[in-house]
Design a protein around this ligand. Sequence first.
Ligand code: ADP
Ligand code: GN1
Ligand code: MG
Length: 374
Amino acid sequence: MNRNNVLKILDYFDLPGELGSIAPFKVGHINQTYVSTRKVAGKQKRFLHQMVNRYVFKDVPAVMKNIEVVIAHIKARAAVPERETLTIVPTKNSASYLLTNEGEYWRTYSFIEDTVSYEVCKSSQDAYQAAKVMGRFLKYLSDAKISDYVETIYRFQSVPYRFEELKQAISDDCVARVDEVSTLIEFALAREENAALIDQHLTSGEIPLRVTHSDPKFNNILFDKLPGEKRSQAKSGNGLAIVDLDTVMPGNMLYDFGDLARSVVIAAPEDETELSRIKINLQLFKELVDGYLGEVGDILTPKERQLMPQATQLIALSLGVRFLSDYLNGDVYFKVHREKHNLDRARAQFQIVKECEESIGKMEELVKGWERAR
Ligand code: ADP
Ligand code: GN1
Ligand code: MG
C-alpha cells in the first residue's frame, strides 16, 4: 500500500489537528500497521492505523465489536483508562472501523505515548511486570459476560485442532515441503497425545471458560517509558497495558499464561536460529508466576494453577505446530521476512518444548512455592 493510499484512508477518520508524518510500523505478524504524527494544540500526537488482515479474521465487524466491548469493560475499571487500554478513534461517521470499496477494513487507535515494548524479555522486573499487566487485564475481565464475545477465529486456542490443521497441511503438501521437514513433523506428532490436556479439563469443567486475550506475547505489553531510559541498563518502568485486542474472545486463562510464558522465559527472539541460545530461565518463570498469581491467584482454580508449567510447554508446542503448518501451506498466514522464516520459528518453539520437558519439575515447584507462601 503506497503512502497516498494510506493518506486517503486517514481522511475518513475523525482525527484532530494537522498531519505531520506517516510511516509503516513493522511489528506484529498479522496486520498492516502505520503510525502517523499530528500536531494537536501545539503538541505532537501519534496515531496507529491498521489494515486488519482479512485472511486471518474472516469476520472483521465481529472482531471490532469484541474490541469495543472489551475496551469499554476495561476503561470502566482501570485507574488510568486512557493509558491502560487502547482508545479507538472513530470514523467521521462515528463507526469503529472503515470498510473500503476494495473490501479492506481499517481502524485507528490513539498511540499510547511514553511507552515502550520489547521483542525479548531481558530482566526479572520486566517479566514480573508483564505478568502483572496480563493478570490485571484478566482480573478486570473476570466479571465479563462470555455471551458478549464472539469466537472470531474458529477453535483459536484449541491445541488438538492445531494438530488437525497440521495433518491437513501434511496431506495437502501443497508446496512440496513435507519431505524437507519430516524430523519436525515427527517431533510434533510424537507429542500429540498431550495436546488435549487443556481441552479435556475444559470439557470436564475443571477449567472454566473465561474471556481471555489469546495473544499476550511479550511484545503486546507496553511499559511506562522512564525519562532518559537506556535499554542497555535493562531498566523499564512499570507494566502499563496489554494491546492487540483482536483475539479477545471466550477461552481459558492457561492459554494466556502459557503464551506469555513461552515468549518470556527464553529471553531470546521468537525466530532465534541458534538453538543453543534457547534456554529456560527459571528466574524469569518465577517472576511470571509471582506477577500473574499476585493478580489472579484467587480467581484461578487449583487445576488452573497446577497446570501453568504444562501450559507453557503446550502453548509452545501449539505455536510451533502453527508455524510448521504455515510453512507447509506456503507461508500464507504469518508475515515472513526471510526464506524459511516460519521453519526457524517452528524449530525455536520446539526447542522451548524440549527445554520445558527437562525443567517441568522445577517449574512445578515454583508454582507450589507460591501456593505455600500465600
Ligand atoms: P499485530 O496484530 O500485527 O501484532 P499490534 O496491534 O500488536 O499488531 O501492533 C504492533 C505493535 O505495536 C504492538 O506489539 C505494540 O508493541 C505496539 N502498539 C500497538 N498498539 C499501540 C498503541 N496504541 N500505543 C503504543 N504502541 C502500540
Ligand atoms: C500472531 O499479531 P501478533 O504478531 O501479535 C498470532 C498469535 C501468535 C503470534 C506468534 C491472530 O500474533 O496467535 O501467537 O503471532 N495472532 C493471530 O508470534 O494468529
Ligand atoms: Mg501484536
